[in-house]
Design a protein around this ligand. Structure first.
Ligand SMILES: Cc1cc2nc3c(=O)[nH]c(=O)nc-3n(C[C@H](O)[C@H](O)[C@H](O)COP(=O)(O)OP(=O)(O)OC[C@H]3O[C@@H](n4cnc5c(N)ncnc54)[C@H](O)[C@@H]3O)c2cc1C
Ligand SMILES: *[C@@H]1O[C@H](CO)[C@@H](O)[C@H](O)[C@H]1NC(C)=O
Ligand SMILES: *[C@@H]1O[C@H](CO)[C@@H](O)[C@H](O)[C@H]1NC(C)=O
Ligand SMILES: *[C@@H]1O[C@H](CO)[C@@H](O)[C@H](O)[C@H]1NC(C)=O
Ligand SMILES: *[C@@H]1O[C@H](CO)[C@@H](O)[C@H](O)[C@H]1NC(C)=O
Length: 590
């Protein structure tokens, strides 16, 4: 019965939504051709360890097919959501509302639409990978100054979450600052007949609605094309400077970005070390053809799995000393490898590494996936769920530059209480500090900000805490509540989005645009409503062990793992973290 129904439906889907078979290796898996689908992310697990369900997936190749897909979802009163080819966000941003929505994949919307060499602008379809975007720009003699450091993300997806690299110069470190035009497909109710349609809205550089669309969480509709303002192709020279003392970290973070166009700072709090990225634009004639391979280079699957296994063993029965020793070794190896930089595309021979912008700004060769013949490449990304590789929490926190110094001083004080507790961060390259400039984007950063990125171990077993997770939680809550930090839309854990909407001064403007572009909330979901403060529901999910999973802040011991108690922070008393009870002093204090 069901199969027959599908047979009847298929031709019409084929006609409207283009290629029927999804490309391999993506986040969408359907049980019947493109029907009855689950969607997940590149690491196979959203923040709550769940996947989500949709009744159908479509793979438009042209704007016309995209319009047809949006119109059909709206006509059938179904929820819809755009999802990128690989889909790298940790929160459930790509889940359509409910469980019978439509997934609109941009995997096949990946072409260059046009290059205007005179104006130094490129227009691409929204599903283009960052990797291809910067390569295409370079072929036209142009560079995109700022981007995330990982190139397996798409332009549509990275814009939606406000993704960034690091810069306080020019337009700054966030990619949405370079957007000068966009075409977005939105649902629309048409005229007398009451027919439901979809329309293409063209937003130009001076259109105030662009301030909503350039960081949109995907709730305004599906972006079809993006036009970016580029610059003439340039080179940059990078040197990583390691300093064995972090005494001046707060001051360094305050000023480093003012002195170096692409500067960032990696802090290894367990080791008390700072790695300054001295990274500046140089003349195109400067000799050098460096290539950034990142830290995934030449890592066979077996090596990635072994490295995870070692970390699991350390987490389960290791001592602080053992964890710290291994993380020191890993940092040393990374340093010897020039943190993934090569001088010639193959090996690292010394600083500075000079190379073209598109060869340095982003990396991620593990993302290529199966080749056209379906052969699996040796190199998979460390987080690929098919290998027992990396599985992490990856909070991103944005603190305004005006508050960063005081915040970092607090974090240094917290670290000094027990430096070894921080080795679990060092294990994953510590805390990275990057810069973005203030933005007109309604869901962007209203002030110049320092962006913190930290990653640490997450157990594959639900409810099992990482060593010293209480300290990482205290750090995060101090950032969120004492310093008003904003969680990264695409990375942070559920609990961090508690009342985030209240921190965006232009939220009202954003919601006004949303009401005009998508009045029926076709592109809204439970998650997007929660983080935008719609319907008054909180993104926190209470329940036993919820704090271990980052789904809540603990209020009672049962929110923690067994043997842990919900207690105030060591330094920041308002924090509520799950810690191992400290032995009570038996000597009476007089
Ligand atoms: C290894 C790794 C490294 C990272 N490095 C950085 C970094 O250096 N800096 C940084 O800021 N972030 C970084 N991130 C986070 C990443 O940039 C964001 O999660 C980004 O949003 C992922 O983009 P995606 O193309 O995978 O889109 P998805 O995760 O699939 O989607 C993200 C959001 O965009 C929406 N969307 C996608 N396409 C469209 C479209 N065409 N129209 C409308 N909405 C759309 C989706 O509905 C969803 O809401 C990193 C993530 C990983 C896994
Ligand atoms: C290293 O850091 C210390 C303290 O933060 C500072 O005094 C010193 O000048 C730095 N050294 C270099 C070479 O930058
Ligand atoms: C350090 O790491 C390297 C490479 O991962 C490994 O070969 C070596 O055995 C490690 N040394 C120690 C002391 O752990
Ligand atoms: C990953 O680990 C699990 C549990 O130990 C095991 O069953 C599975 O076979 C492993 N997968 C791979 C690809 O090694
Ligand atoms: C959620 O955020 C609000 C506003 O910052 C705060 O008052 C409240 O205590 C937070 N709730 C929890 C459980 O942290």
């Amino acid at each position: 019965m069901r199969a027959m129904l599908l047979l009847l439906l298929l031709p019409c889907v084929l006609a409207t939504s283009g290629s029927i078979l999804p490309p391999p290796g993506g986040p969408v898996h359907c049980s019947l051709a493109t029907f009855d689908c689950t969607v997940t992310n590149a690491c196979g697990s959203f923040n709550d360890r769940e996947t989500c369900h949709a009744s159908q997936a479509v793979y438009p190749r042209t704007e016309a097919e995209l319009v047809a897909a949006v119109a059909s979802a709206a006509r059938e009163k179904r929820k819809a959501k755009a999802v990128a080819k690989y889909s790298h966000s940790f929160p459930k941003l790509v889940c359509p509302g409910g469980s019978d929505g439509v997934i609109i994949s941009t995997a096949l919307l990946s072409r260059v639409v046009g290059v205007d060499v005179e104006k130094k602008q490129i227009t691409v379809q929204s599903g283009m990978l960052l990797r291809d975007l910067v390569a295409e720009a370079a072929m036209a003699g142009l560079s995109l100054p700022a981007s995330p450091y990982f190139y397996g993300v798409t332009i549509g997806g990275l814009l939606a979450t406000g993704a960034h690299g690091s810069s306080l110069m020019g337009r700054g470190g966030a990619v949405h600052e370079y957007v000068v035009g966009m075409r977005i497909v939105t649902p629309s109710m048409a005229g007398e007949s009451g027919e439901v349609l979809a329309v293409v809205l063209e937003l130009s550089a001076d259109d105030p609605d662009l301030d909503a669309a350039k960081v949109s969480l995907g709730v305004l509709g599906v972006i079809s094309q993006v036009t970016l303002q580029l610059e003439p192709l340039f080179k940059r020279a990078v040197t990583f400077l390691t300093n064995g003392s972090d005494a001046d970290l707060a001051e360094m973070v305050d000023v480093w970005g003012l002195h170096h166009e692409f500067g960032d700072i990696m802090w290894l709090p367990g080791q008390g070390k700072v790695v300054l990225r001295k990274d500046d634009r140089v003349d195109i004639s400067t000799p050098g053809d460096g290539l950034n391979l990142g830290m995934f280079r030449d890592r066979p699957t077996s090596d990635i799995a072994r490295s995870r296994l070692e970390e699991e063993q350390l987490q389960e029965k290791g001592s602080d000393a053992a964890l710290c020793s291994v993380s020191r070794n890993r940092s040393m190896v990374a340093e010897q490898l020039g943190f993934g930089l090569t001088n010639d595309g193959k090996s690292f021979t010394g600083y500075p590494v000079v190379g073209y912008q598109h060869h340095i700004q982003a990396y991620g060769s593990c993302q290529e996936g199966p080749d056209d013949n379906g052969h699996q490449e040796q190199q998979l990304c460390p987080w690929n769920p098919r290998i027992n590789g990396s599985f992490i929490y990856n909070p991103g926190l944005s603190v305004t530059r005006s508050k960063a110094k005081a915040f970092i001083k607090d974090v240094l004080t917290l670290r000094d209480l027990n430096p070894d507790a921080f080795c679990g961060l060092d294990m994953h390259s510590g805390i990275l500090f990057r810069y973005v400039k203030s933005s007109t984007a309604y869901l962007g950063k209203a002030e110049d900000s320092v962006e913190l990125d930290m990653a640490y171990y997450r157990s594959r077993v639900r409810g099992t805490p990482a060593m010293h997770a209480d300290v990482f939680d205290e750090l995060e809550q101090m950032a969120l509540y004492k310093y008003g930090a904003l969680p990264h839309w695409g990375k942070s854990r559920s609990y961090a989005f508690n009342e985030t909407w209240g921190k965006y001064p232009k939220l009202g403007e954003f919601l006004d645009v949303k009401a005009r572009f998508d009045p029926d909330g076709v592109f809204s979901s439970e998650w997007s409503d929660q983080v935008l403060g719609i319907n008054g529901r909180s993104p926190m999910i209470p329940g036993p062990g919820c704090a271990v999973e980052g789904l809540c802040t603990c209020i009672q011991d049962s929110d923690c793992a067994s043997g842990y108690v919900c207690s105030p922070g060591m330094l920041y008393p308002d924090a509520r973290v799950c810690s191992i009870p400290r032995p009570q002093s038996t000597i009476a204090q007089c």
